[in-house]
Design a protein around this ligand. Structure first.
Ligand SMILES: Cc1cc2nc3c(=O)[nH]c(=O)nc-3n(C[C@H](O)[C@H](O)[C@H](O)COP(=O)(O)O)c2cc1C
Length: 340
C-alpha cells in the first residue's frame, strides 16, 4: 500500500485516533503498508490534520496502529515527512517556513482557511540543518518505539529533501548546495541518520523523478540526471528499498510507462518498488519483466480495503471518491466495503 495522506488526525495535536487503527487494520492484507507522510517535528508541518511522530501522545497512538496491523498479519513502515519551504506561517505559529534558500517555491499550502500560496522562506542556517537531521533521527527512534517495521524517507515531491536536490530552490554555496553532489548531501545524511535506530536493517527511500509542479519542479534532463546520480549513490547508504513514483498516466485506464521505471532498475541493485497508475495486469507485468520487485497501490487502497482479495479473485477494484481523500471522519475513510 502506497503512502496516502488522509488528514484525519483532527484533534489539533497531530495525534492519530482509533480511526487510524481501524483504517490501517482493514488494509493489513496489503503485505507492506507505507503510512501517510508523518511530521518528523513541529517545524516539518505544512498541511492540516496530518499526524506526527515527535510527541509521546503520537507515539502511543501509533503503537495502537502497529499493534492492530501486526495482529492481522501485516507489516507497516512509517513515512517520515518534512515540508520545508512548502509550508505556511499558519502551520508554524506565525513563523516563516525555512528552506534551502530564500526562494519562494511557488506552491500552495493547505491551511485551516483553505489553500494559501507559499511565501519566500528563510534560508536554513548550518545549525537549522543540523537540528533537522536530529529531528529526523528522533522521529525514526520514535517510530521504532511505536512498533513500526521500518521507516521510509520521503525524498520526493516538492518537500524539504527534494527542495535541497532542486538547483532552482537550492542556491546555497556551502556543503549543502552549489553542485549536484552537495545538493544531494542532505537527503543522504538524513538516510544515514534515520537508519541508526534500525540495527543495520536500512530504510526505505521514496523518489519521484518525473514529478512536475509549479515553476521549479521540472521532469527535465537535468532533474533526471540528478536522480540518476542520487539513485546510484544509494548503494553506499543503508537503503532497504527504493520506492519510485513513475511517470503520471491517465488513471484508472492509462498504462504506466515501464521504460521510465526500468531506467532505475539499471542503477539500483536493491529491492525496487514501482508505483503510479498500476492495476493487477500492469503490476504483474512489472514483476514478471523484472522492472520491479514489488508494486504499490495508492488510490485503489483508498476504496478497496480488500484489494488483495479482489485481485486474487479477478474482481474489479472500485475507483473511490476523491472528494473524501483529505479530511473529515469515517466517511470515505473506514466505511468502504469489502467485496463478497
Ligand atoms: C489522497 C492521496 C494522498 C497521498 N499522500 C501521499 C503521501 O503522504 N506521501 C507520498 O509519498 N505520496 C502520497 N501520495 C501519492 C501516492 O502514494 C501514489 O504515488 C499515487 O496515488 C499514485 O499511485 P496509484 O496510481 O497507485 O494511486 C498520495 C496520493 C493520494 C491520491
Amino acid at each position: 500500500m502506497a503512502p496516502l495522506t488522509r488528514a484525519r488526525a483532527t484533534g489539533g495535536e497531530s495525534v492519530p485516533s482509533a480511526l487510524h487503527a481501524a483504517y490501517y487494520g482493514q488494509r493489513a492484507s496489503a503485505g507492506l503498508i507505507v503510512t501517510e507522510g508523518t511530521w518528523v517535528s513541529r517545524q516539518a508541518m505544512g498541511f492540516v490534520d496530518v499526524p506526527g511522530i515527535h510527541s509521546e501522545a503520537q507515539v502511543a497512538a501509533w503503537r495502537e496502529v502497529t499493534r492492530v496491523v501486526h495482529l492481522l498479519g501485516g507489516r507497516i513502515v512509517l513515512q517520515l515527512w518534512h515540508c520545508g519551504a512548502v509550508s505556511h506561517p499558519d502551520h508554524l505559529v506565525g513563523e516563516l517556513p525555512a528552506g534551502p534558500s530564500a526562494v519562494n517555491p511557488d506552491e500552495m499550502s493547505f491551511t485551516r482557511d483553505g489553500f494559501k500560496p507559499t511565501l519566500t522562506p528563510r534560508a536554513m542556517t548550518a545549525r537549522d540543518i543540523h537540528r533537522t537531521i536530529e529531528e529526523y533521527t528522533l522521529a525514526s527512534r520514535n517510530a521504532r518505539r511505536a512498533g513500526f517495521d521500518g521507516v521510509e524517507v520521503a525524498a520526493h515531491g516538492v518537500f524539504l529533501l527534494a527542495q535541497f536536490l532542486n538547483p532552482r530552490l537550492n542556491q546555497r554555496d556551502d556543503a549543502y548546495g552549489g553542485d549536484q553532489v552537495r545538493r544531494r548531501r542532505l537527503p543522504l545524511e538524513v538516510i544515514d541518520a534515520v537508519a541508526e535506530p534500525w540495527d543495520g536493517r536500512g530504510v526505505g527511500v521514496r523518489l519521484s523523478p518525473y514529478l512536475a509542479s509549479g515553476p521549479h519542479f521540472r521532469a527535465d534532463e537535468d532533474t533526471l540526471a540528478d536522480h540518476d546520480a542520487l539513485v546510484a549513490a544509494l548503494a553506499d547508504h543503508p537503503v532497504a528499498y527504493l520506492h519510485l513514483r513513475g511517470r503520471d498516466a491517465a488513471w484508472p485506464d492509462g498504462a504506466p510507462d515501464m521504460e521510465a521505471l526500468a531506467r532505475y532498475r539499471r542503477l539500483f541493485a536493491g529491492p525496487l518498488i514501482a508505483n503510479n497508475g498500476f492495476d493487477r495486469g500492469s503490476g504483474n507485468a512489472a514483476i514478471e519483466s523484472g522492472v520491479a520487485d514489488a508494486v504499490s497501490f495508492g488510490r485503489y487502497f483508498v476504496a478497496n480495503p480488500d484489494l488483495v482479495t479482489r485481485f486474487a479473485f479477478g474482481r474489479s477494484p472500485e475507483p473511490g471518491d476523491p472528494g473524501t481523500y483529505y479530511g473529515g471522519g469515517p466517511a470515505g475513510y473506514t466505511d468502504y466495503p469489502v467485496s463478497v
